[in-house]
Design a protein around this ligand. Structure first.
Ligand code: HEC
Length: 95
């Protein structure tokens, strides 16, 4: 019985790592980019309010693209992926 515990933990770690891999990008970089670029018009309250508009990862990507086009300093594809990954990990949690 004892020997099962490490295996179960390993499997749990593998599952969460897999879910994480589905989205490209770096959430840590995304957080910094978000802080530097995305808090001029709204704070993070729009991501957690009860009537928030985004319902899927695709919707989140589209919205980040749309908001990004409003910025003077356009974020690159890779930077937008970082921001989407950060927003999903921290607030939306789509699988
Ligand atoms: C020029 C102003 C502006 C900037 C800058 C801006 N946004 Fe937005 N954003 C908006 C507006 C307006 C809404 C819609 C708010 C509403 O529906 O009440 C919005 C909504 C959103 C939503 C949807 C929230 C929901 O309802 O679930 C996301 C996600 C988002 N913005 C991400 C970003 C990101 C990421 C950046 C930085 C790249 C950014 N925004 C920069 C204006 C902006």
């Amino acid at each position: 019985m004892k020997i099962l515990v490490p295996f179960v933990l390993l499997m749990l770690a593998a599952t969460s790592a897999q879910a994480d891999l589905l989205l490209p990008g770096d959430a840590g970089r995304g957080e910094k980019l978000h802080q530097a670029n995305c808090t001029g018009c709204h704070d993070t309250g729009v991501y957690t309010r009860s009537n928030r508009g985004i319902r899927s990862i695709g919707g989140l990507q589209q919205r980040v693209d749309m908001c990004n086009t409003q910025l003077e300093r356009n974020l690159s594809d890779a930077e937008r992926s970082d921001v989407v990954k950060y927003l999903n990990e921290r607030f939306y949690r789509f699988q």
